[in-house]
Design a protein around this ligand. Structure first.
Ligand code: DOR
Ligand code: ZN
Ligand code: ZN
Length: 417
């Protein structure tokens, strides 16, 4: 197949090119290529988007999402590869669950699904999980996502064991004793609403701790969903002195402020919480200067039963796979912060590098994982149209630019919009 007349986002800029796909890989890039084709005039070809932080909920919470519905949401959102977090039931803390996820994803056959194993057995924070066995079964990273490993000593051991197996720890940073039941950011809007707030330090002290461990042990660490201006600064300073730290953020942290909680809409409840304008601006600055390496969704689908309750009782999380690309493109590229090639790096190149995954760029020989979008298309986010089982988004009704038209995985069209 030849993709014709597209604007192709390469590492060094956007070029009008044709692209030949053979046996699932990019075989040729050039002008006027001959052959059976897909006319992409007016469309933009990006390296297949990679989301290194999603929750697929299977096994155990299939009412919220399963591997089939989550994979469908992924390819609809332009994602060709996703990494799924281990807070399933049973927890993904052993090779059996890792293999189950891989087998089920293969049966579904939409995007590439890469399991993330738990750091501790049952995510209970007591004993390290079977790290080597999970790696052998196909886990691509380790995480205690949903919480932090409370014991610093255990976390240090986890980082050393993980490194022995070529894995990184993806750290959800939250000191539960500081959060202490907080459900939103502490500030003007927590006071206005009477909702219990949680201070930035609840996130920052663990970011600082993980940086200290990475620095002392000379090991890599990855910080999940950074939401605070002060966390961005901790990571920037650590990188400047050579610490092997990488970091991610999510669209809700660079598009929203905690003013949205005044609605009491439980779809704004997420962990870490949506913070203030100075945080939002710092997150954008961090994405621009590379302090924050990549954009993830933290796709956290929940059933309406989990959200249609009082704010305090609702579960934390936003269903993000179907809105991430358009929100990011609109806010960051149309907003004049990132170039298209920088956005492709934050949403594909960087996650591939961080986890050592195949893909992440358009080049001869690379897998033909491609996201083809109409960047001029304007549309309105409608959760009722989500294919994810999780309709929990605070972005319903928002107008965005950038619509995914085709998602190709190993050269096969897995989504057509
Ligand atoms: O908002 C969140 N939802 N944050 C997390 O850390 C966990 C996630 C979930 O699993 O629902
Ligand atoms: Zn998390
Ligand atoms: Zn998460």
């Amino acid at each position: 197949m030849v993709i014709k007349n597209a604007d192709v986002v390469l590492k060094d800029g956007v070029k009008k090119l044709d692209l030949r796909i053979e046996e699932g890989r990019i075989a040729e890039l050039g002008k006027g290529l001959k052959g059976e084709g897909l006319d992409c005039t007016g469309l933009t070809v990006l390296p297949g988007l990679i989301d290194m932080h999603v929750h697929l909920r299977e096994p155990g919470f299939e009412k919220k999402e399963d591997i089939a519905s989550g994979s469908a949401a992924a390819v609809k959102g332009g994602f060709t590869q996703i990494c799924c977090m281990p807070n399933t039931r049973p927890v993904t803390d052993n090779k059996v669950v890792v293999s189950y996820i891989l087998n089920r994803a293969k049966e579904v056959g939409l995007c590439k699904v890469r399991p993330v194993g738990a750091i501790t057995e049952g995510q209970e924070g007591k004993n390290l999980a079977a790290i080597g066995a999970m790696k052998a079964a196909g886990a691509v990273a380790l995480s205690e996502d949903g919480k932090s490993v409370l014991s610093t000593g255990l976390m240090a051991n986890a980082m050393m064991y993980a490194a022995d197996f070529g894995l990184k720890c993806l750290c959800h940073c939250e000191d539960a004793s500081l959060v202490d039941g907080g459900v939103v950011n502490e500030g003007y809007y927590s006071t206005l609403t009477g909702l219990k707030g949680s201070i930035r330090a609840a996130e920052d002290v663990i970011i600082a701790r993980e940086i200290c461990l990475a620095e002392s042990l000379s090991l890599p660490v990855h910080i999940c969903h950074v939401s605070t201006y002060s966390g961005v600064q901790l990571i920037r300073e650590a990188k400047a002195r050579g610490v092997q730290v990488t970091a991610e953020t999510c669209p809700h942290y660079f598009t929203l402020t905690d003013a949205v909680i005044a609605s009491f809409d439980t779809n704004t409840k997420v962990n870490p919480p949506i913070r203030e304008e100075k945080d939002r601006l710092a997150v954008i600055e961090g994405l621009k200067d590379g302090t924050l390496d990549c954009i993830v969704t933290d796709h956290a689908p929940h059933h309406a039963d989990d959200k249609s309750v009082e704010y305090d009782l609702a579960t934390f999380g936003i269903s993000g796979l179907e809105t991430s690309f358009a929100l990011s493109y609109t806010q960051l590229v149309k907003g004049g912060v990132l170039t298209p090639e920088e956005l492709a790096d934050r949403m594909s190149g960087a996650p591939a590098r961080i986890l050592g995954l195949e893909g992440g760029g358009i080049a001869v020989g690379a897998p033909a994982d491609l996201t083809i979008a109409d960047l001029h298309a304007k549309w309105t986010i409608d959760p009722a149209a989500f294919v994810s089982k999780g309709k929990n988004t605070p972005f319903g009704g928002r107008e965005v630019f950038g619509a995914v038209r085709y998602t190709l995985v190993d050269g096969e069209i897995k989504y057509q919009g």
